[in-house]
Every structure is written in C-alpha cells, then in structure tokens.
Design a protein around this ligand. Structure first.
Ligand SMILES: [Zn+2]
Length: 239
C-alpha cells in the first residue's frame, strides 16, 4: 500500500491499542462500593507527593497494611500542610508519634502520622473536608519527615485492636486497589486537586519490590541522598 495509507493504518492500530490500554487500565473506574466517605488527598493542592513506602510489608504489615508514606516530590516535606481527606471530627491526637485520627462516622477513620503539630487537638471538633489539620514532621520517624496516611474501619473505639485499613482511592482520580506483592505503589506520585479527573495517573510504578531487593535509583528518597543502589528496608526506616 502507498506510504500515506500505511501510515494511516499504523496510526489506527496505535489508537486501538491506546484505547484498549485506557479501558483496561487498573483504576480507570472510581467506584465507591460502600458507604465509606470519598477521600481526597491530604497533601497540598497542586503539589506532587511521592509514595516512598506503600502497601504491605516493611512497617505497613499489620492492620495498617494499606498505608502510604508520602514525601514532597519537589522541595521540603517538613512543615507542609496536611488536610482532612474527608469531613469528620477529631478523635485523637497521639503526641509521641504525631498521630491525628479523624472520625468520619459509621466506623470509618483516617489517620495522619508523624505530624510536627496538629491545628487542633480538641476531641469532637468538626473538621470540614480540605481543612488543614496539621503540618508534616518526623515525630516517630526521626530525620525523615513524611506523612503516613491510613484510612481504616474499626468495629469499636480506636486503639482496641479491631482496626482494619482499607485500600485507598482518592477523588482526584487515584484508585489504588490491592495488587499483591510488597511495597505496592512505591514511587507513585500523587497530586492533590479540587476537581476530580477520570483515569489513573501513574507516573512511576514499581509493583513488586521484595524486602532486601535492590531497587532502582528512581525510588530512593531525596532527603536521604541518592546513592546508585539502596536496599529499600535500609533506605526507609519508616512507620
Ligand atoms: Zn508509614
């Protein structure tokens, strides 16, 4: 066939492949199957924050399995504002680890850890979605300021051993189901926004990093320096 027809043919094939990728990409639908509140990223508006430790193993290996440790992709994390992921009320402030817990009703909670400070520690105070609730610090993770974020359900009061974290999805368009493996979503960059957008926005995605396995430099943490290779357990003394 003539060159122009051949080009058109390949262009059509390329479009079909791209459409298939979009249709079947994980997270292309943002469904909230239960009555859980819709969550928004707790990080500053319009700034990319990077997952430096994701779901499973490491220090996220218990009830808090579906937790994310986040740092600013550019600039300092310490002192950055932390926002309520959904409307709720203040349930607890645990000073030693800088942990703030919001109660969203129906046994659903969000937890923000390693905060330098909380805007309010007054139990029961109503917090609208998007309200600043604290600032990022390194309480409980000395020398590595980051935000540990967990959403969980609890059958009884917090701290009674009946907690279970839930896989996260954010209104900005990030759907982060359990995909198996260790340190899920490490390296992913997430950007807070006010307008929900459709589709996944994975930028860097390294799904199956096992303990002790060397990871590429792209997953190293800027604040720890960037040697050519690091073992993630050593590189991430996180909580
Ligand atoms: Zn953590």
């Amino acid at each position: 066939m003539p060159h122009s027809e051949r080009s058109l043919f390949f262009l059509q094939r390329l479009l079909l492949i791209l459409m298939a990728l979009v249709m079947f990409a994980p997270g292309s639908t943002i469904a909230n199957p239960s009555s859980d509140p819709q969550l928004w990223l707790p990080t500053p508006l319009g700034q990319p924050w990077r997952v430096i430790q994701g779901y499973g193993c490491g220090t996220h290996d218990d009830w808090d399995f579906y937790s994310l440790d986040l740092v600013a992709a550019h600039g300092a994390s310490a002192g950055a504002a932390v926002y309520a992921a959904a409307a709720g009320s203040i349930l607890a402030w645990v000073a030693p680890s800088g942990t703030l817990i919001l109660d969203h009703g129906n046994g659903f909670y969000t937890m923000y850890t390693h905060l330098a400070s909380a805007v309010s520690m007054q139990q029961g105070q109503h917090v609208p979605r998007g309200t600043q609730v604290g600032t990022v610090g390194d309480h409980g993770a000395p020398g590595l300021p980051h935000l540990h974020f967990t959403a969980f359900r609890a059958a009884g009061p917090w701290g009674q051993g009946q907690r279970q974290s839930v896989p996260l999805q954010f209104a900005e368009g990030y759907h982060l189901p359990d995909i198996g493996g260790c340190n899920q979503y490490a390296g992913l960059e997430l950007m807070s926004g006010n307008i929900p957008v459709a589709g996944p926005k994975y930028q860097v995605y390294i799904p199956y990093i096992q303990p002790g396995v060397d990871v590429p430099q792209t997953t190293s943490v800027p604040s720890l320096g960037t040697p050519p290779q690091r073992r993630w357990r050593e590189a991430m003394p996180l909580c």
